[in-house]
Design a binder for this molecule. Structure first.
Ligand code: NAD
Ligand code: COI
Length: 331
């Protein structure tokens, strides 16, 4: 089979080359993202593999249709950046990798939580300023003594719940589609109650338009005065201006943000030099009670291996059977 891969990161390329060697397929690898300026490279290929958080536009799908390409297998979970209507209109089927490693993201959410609760950033900032005495003054909170509210109890949320429970935290969750698992009972509550009663609020929901700014100024105002907000899901879930105002006014104790509302491809380009510039980002970066990371919660050896191998297998399934287990259906 003849496949073209876009958005390949340096750490993915060895896995891609290994996969091509093992399966005997032709795989052409590009580091550039799939957009209107690069889609022409796909001409002559049977299937497309890609990874990006920037949009997969209607223009891209029209071109794929023109080239007779019917399959796009993305290497990640989120599909909020794909124009699914345009894909369907152009007979392009999409697959994602819903579970390349839920633990990668869940563990990272817990890592951010612990860092904020134990005030590691504040201690480090004092040491950086040569204020060794000041660095000893940040008393922390134990995770086992907190109530953690997980919004979205899907694959990643449920994994996070188990880890939080392992630390002894009281965990409650909100999900409009609760899953009942006799081996793991989850304490589901309403969203308002979760916001009002949690010490830590941890987001694991998709960035679909209906979820935009689910954490807005009213949601933040209803939180406990010492609450901590953790977002490793999607930037659009949080009204960042409202969050920054609350952090400034000490109405939130801190935040752990891996997915920033105004992120662009620059923030995600691990293989290239440069600095991401944005006024709100810079303000967050300067806050010692905020842990800011550039959308790397997924970034583990296990996850990267699985993103490459699983997505390419989905493309082979598509090309041999016309479908695959992770085909993304429009809802
Ligand atoms: P999932 O589909 O298994 O679970 C999502 C859950 O959210 C579902 O149970 C759904 O019912 C629930 N949900 C949807 N809207 C909700 C709302 N308004 N309130 C409460 N619950 C709601 O998805 P997942 O694998 O757990 O992934 C969750 C998200 O994590 C992805 O959509 C993606 O945006 C993000 N993600 C981030 C990274 C990263 O590196 N930072 C990596 C992978 C995934
Ligand atoms: C996802 O898998 O949805 C992510 O957020 C990871 C990122 C590399 C796109």
């Amino acid at each position: 089979m003849k496949i073209i891969a876009y958005g390949a990161r340096i750490d993915e390329i060895p896995y891609m080359q290994q996969w091509a060697k093992e399966t005997g397929n032709t795989l052409t690898i590009h580091e550039e993202l799939l957009d209107a300026s690069t889609v022409d490279w796909a001409k002559g290929y049977e299937g497309v593999n890609a990874l990006q958080t920037t949009p997969y536009s209607a223009e891209v799908f029209a071109k794929l249709h023109e080239f007779g390409i019917h399959y796009l297998a993305v290497r990640n979970v989120g599909t909020d950046n794909i124009d699914l209507a345009a894909a369907a209109a152009n007979d392009v089927k999409i697959s994602n990798v819903p579970a390349y490693s839920p633990a990668a993201i869940a563990e990272f959410a817990v890592t951010l939580t612990l860092q904020v609760l134990r005030r590691v950033g504040e201690v480090a900032a004092r040491l950086q300023a040569d204020d060794y005495d000041g660095a000893t003054k940040f008393i922390g909170r134990e995770l086992g003594q907190q109530t953690v509210g997980v919004i979205g109890a899907g694959r990643i949320g449920r994994t996070a719940i188990r880890i939080f429970e392992g630390f002894g935290a009281k965990v409650q969750a909100y999900d409009p589609y609760p899953v009942t698992d006799q081996d793991h009972l989850i304490d589901y509550v309403g969203l308002d109650e979760l916001l009002r009663t949690s010490d830590v609020i941890d987001l694991h929901i998709p960035g679909i338009p209906a979820n935009t700014h689910i954490i807005d100024s009213a949601a933040i105002a209803s939180m406990k005065p010492n609450a901590v907000l953790i977002n490793t899901a999607r930037g659009n879930l949080v009204d960042t201006e409202a969050m920054v105002a609350a952090l400034r006014e000490h109405r939130l104790a801190g935040a752990g943000i891996d997915t920033y509302e105004h992120e662009t491809a620059d923030l995600l380009t691990l293989s290239k030099e440069g600095r991401f510039h944005d006024p709100l980002w810079d303000e967050l970066l300067a806050m010692p009670n905020v842990v800011l990371t550039p959308h790397i919660a997924y970034y583990t050896e296990t996850a990267v291996h699985n993103m490459v191998y699983f997505s390419l297998q989905h493309l082979v399934d598509f090309l041999t059977t016309g479908t695959t287990s992770t085909e993304v259906k429009r809802t």
